[in-house]
Ligand binder design. Structure first.
Ligand SMILES: Cc1cc2nc3c(=O)[nH]c(=O)nc-3n(C[C@H](O)[C@H](O)[C@H](O)COP(=O)(O)O)c2cc1C
Length: 402
């Protein structure tokens, strides 16, 4: 099937809100209709100030819906029926106001109730003035939507309607269409009925009650894998060290700090797991004698030696505890030759797949990554892509092997 062939016969709800970029949604509606989708446009009242509903109606061959209390459906379900039947919902352009209402679960117009009542993938393409986009409130709202699996097609840099230049222009129509196609592809519930355990984030090994040995892991990769597995219909347990990330919705969270805690949590969930994805950055070392009381500066003088010992090898423990049917996937963050290291790890730790990445290339905390999948089939390098996309590719690999 061609990339956009997947749109054939799909019900795409296109939400249009009150942005100056609303005219660009006309082109999107047309492209989706031409690709064979049934496009149901819902406009906010503000959107009708910018574009006539008739324009959308003529291009999609369907009446445009605006009012919640219009009695679209005689079973009094009109405010939710489009959300229930939609294969996906795309809001383009999405105003700051719509983003805020969705982030907070408002149900004050037809578009909001439709989204709230839907389990279909939601794609949001914001468009607004740079200051509105950069505002902490907008950014927190966008982050909340992302953490719930909403696909946000970021606005681009360029000249804005106000004459200012900055980030805020609606993403190009092709990019929004790509996100729709991608959402429909992953909606196939590849991992329905499967149990997936994911580890994420750093570990914290105490030196004394206030100091720890840790690492720069942000947890973004593991959280992205948990979210992608959840989107694909899996039952997901996320064993996580402390991170600044919002927990993905619908995922069972097991917070840990030390390597021992991580190992125990992983081993406890292993018997039921179809796949274990070890994306946490687990410390190789820990203090030989963590102090029960705070180490005093004055006791140490100008120098202090911290004796370290090896922390438990969680992958080795997993290798001996795993059942034959459980898929185990490791991550290898290395400077130097990560693919060679990953191949060694694959053999020695009896793993099914290792995701190798070169951490000298600005990976920690970044939203994107350049990885190689290493398995018995060989090495498959992927181009640089967002961690969300890496996670979705990984989910496809897992599904193919389960
Ligand atoms: C000329 C004009 C252009 C606007 N463009 C935008 C925009 O691009 N993005 C945005 O978030 N708000 C924009 N607004 C403000 C929204 O229209 C306003 O917040 C409205 O309440 C949004 O309602 P809705 O989200 O229900 O469509 C604009 C307002 C005016 C008057």
């Amino acid at each position: 099937m061609s990339q956009s062939g997947i749109l054939q016969g799909k019900l795409v709800v296109l939400g249009v809100s009150g942005s100056i970029a609303a005219y660009k949604a006309v082109e999107l509606a047309r492209r989706l209709t031409q690709a064979g989708a049934q496009v149901q446009v819902i406009m906010t009242r503000s959107a009708t100030e910018f574009v006539q509903p008739l324009t959308f109606q003529a291009l999609t061959y369907r009446p445009v819906e605006i009012e919640m209390f219009s009695g679209i459906d005689d079973r009094a379900a009109g405010h939710v029926s489009m959300g229930i039947h939609a294969d996906c919902i795309v809001i383009a352009p999405a105003t700051a106001h719509v983003v805020a209402r969705l982030a907070h679960g408002f149900a004050d117009d037809l578009l909001a109730t439709t989204v709230l009542a839907s389990s279909a993938p939601v794609i949001v393409a914001p468009a607004m003035e740079t200051h509105m986009w950069q505002n902490a409130a907008t950014q927190a709202n966008v982050a909340a939507l992302r953490s719930r699996g909403v696909r946000v097609v970021d606005p681009e840099e360029g000249e804005l309607a106000s004459g200012m230049t900055g980030q805020g222009r609606l993403a190009p129509t092709e990019k929004i269409e790509e996100a729709i196609v991608e959402a429909l592809r992953t909606r196939s519930r590849l991992l329905a009925g499967k149990r997936i355990v994911v580890t994420a984030g750093p570990t914290l090994e105490p030196i004394d009650p206030v100091r720890v040995i840790t690492n720069r892991s942000s947890g973004k990769m593991g959280y992205a894998v948990a979210l992608a597995a959840r989107e694909a219909g899996a039952d997901v347990t996320l064993v996580t060290g402390p991170t600044a990330l919002a927990a993905p919705a619908g995922v069972r969270l097991v917070p840990i700090e030390t390597v021992d805690e991580l190992r125990d949590a992983v081993l406890a969930s292993l018997p039921d797991a179809d796949a274990l994805v070890m994306a946490a950055a687990v410390s190789d070392w820990r203090s030989a004698e963590p102090s029960a009381s705070k180490l005093k500066k004055k006791d140490a003088g100008d120098e202090m030696t911290l004796r370290m010992v090896r922390a438990p090898d969680v992958l080795a423990a997993v290798a001996s505890a795993r059942g034959p049917r459980t898929l185990v996937i490791g991550f290898k963050a290395e400077t130097g030759d990560p693919v060679a290291e990953a191949s060694r790890m694959l053999r020695e730790k009896r793993l099914d797949l290792v995701v190798a990445n070169d951490v000298s290339r600005d990976v920690f905390g970044s939203d994107s990554d350049e990885v190689t999948f290493v398995s018995a089939d060989g090495a498959e390098p992927l181009p640089r892509m967002t961690k969300t996309e890496v996670a979705r590719r990984l989910v496809e690999k897992i599904a193919a092997r389960l």
